[in-house]
Design a protein around this ligand. Structure first.
Ligand code: SAM
Length: 279
């Protein structure tokens, strides 16, 4: 079953004794996850042994000759339900392989607690081993969830065919905050949802594209003014696009209060101009 433990290179000199975050994904479709999580930033972090992500085939743990992992739902109804036994045996295997760690077993479910950046931060700082259980078909025998899962997490109020995409989303969002995965903490602390705000708009070369110009302030080289402009854009964007998030924000910094006053007076002038236009 060693082929299941597959996104980490062999131990090498100079690398952490054990990865800072280990994620074991229990799934019927390990290849789909491997392909995605072994590329780009997370793939490089796994190569450096900063993180370890394993995809474990649940089917390898069935105790019946047919390799059956699901069966009809008691009470009738459409579709099959994943059996508890292969899942429990698979879970026992990964818990044994992982050894002493601060582990959290999570069943990905549309009925779970909604996932967001704060939840990702909670998992990253509270645990160094996540076991993500991917359901498929109609879901998983309730008795497995009751006895083995520490919590259920949903990635949104919609239903997917399986837990693989939710598991990848969760693993990615947690792992990118592990020290050393991105070049600097600022890479994620300055991004949308870190402090309740959406990020400011970003531009790259060329300065003019499709008749549109990069805002002049970003070309000025004046760092303080750029920072102020970006903060204002963040506040404006959040207010306009996500009034639900904006309503929860508490601005205590003097500089933010100044920006809010600026935004308010600009909004008043815009409204007045609008009224004049109608007259
Ligand atoms: C078709 S769904 C089962 C839905 C289940 N019958 C229900 O109505 O709650 C199959 C699997 O996909 C995963 N899944 C689907 N939607 C999800 C979501 N929004 N968040 C997390 N996991 C989800 C779960 O692992 C689930 O067991």
């Amino acid at each position: 079953m060693d082929e299941n433990l597959n996104l980490r290179n062999d131990a090498r000199a100079g690398v952490p004794e054990k990865p800072l975050m280990r994620i074991d994904i229990l799934t019927l479709f390990p290849d789909s996850i491997r392909t995605v999580l072994s590329t780009s930033i997370l793939g490089r972090a796994a190569e450096k042994d900063i993180i370890e992500i394993n995809c474990i085939q649940i089917r390898d743990f069935t105790e019946n000759k047919q390799g059956q992992v699901d069966d009809y739902s008691y009470g009738g109804g459409w579709g099959c339900v994943m059996m508890a036994q292969p899942l429990k045996s698979c879970l026992d295997f990964v818990l044994e392989c992982a050894g002493e760690r601060h582990t959290r077993v999570i069943y990905l479910s549309p009925q779970g607690k909604p996932f967001d950046q704060a939840e990702a931060r909670r998992l990253k700082s509270g645990y160094d081993h996540l076991v993500l259980v991917c359901g498929h078909y109609e879901g998983v025998d309730e008795r497995f969830i009751e006895t083995c899962a520490d919590e259920e997490i949903s990635i949104g109020d919609f239903v997917l065919t399986g837990g693989e995409i939710p598991a990848m989303a969760l693993a990615d969002s947690v792992c990118r905050m592990v020290p050393g995965v991105l070049s600097d903490e600022e890479c994620f602390t300055g991004e949308s949802h870190w402090d309740g705000l959406l990020e400011y708009p970003q531009y790259t070369r060329p300065e003019q594209w499709a008749g549109r110009f990069v805002p002049e302030i970003l070309l000025s080289g004046h760092h303080a003014n750029v920072a102020k402009w970006r903060r204002k854009q963040s506040i404006l964007r959040t207010k306009k696009r996500r009034p639900d998030l904006y309503a929860k924000l508490v601005f205590t910094e003097k500089s933010d209060k100044k920006l809010l006053a600026e935004i308010e007076s600009e909004e008043i002038s815009a409204r007045e101009r609008g009224l004049e236009g109608q007259a």
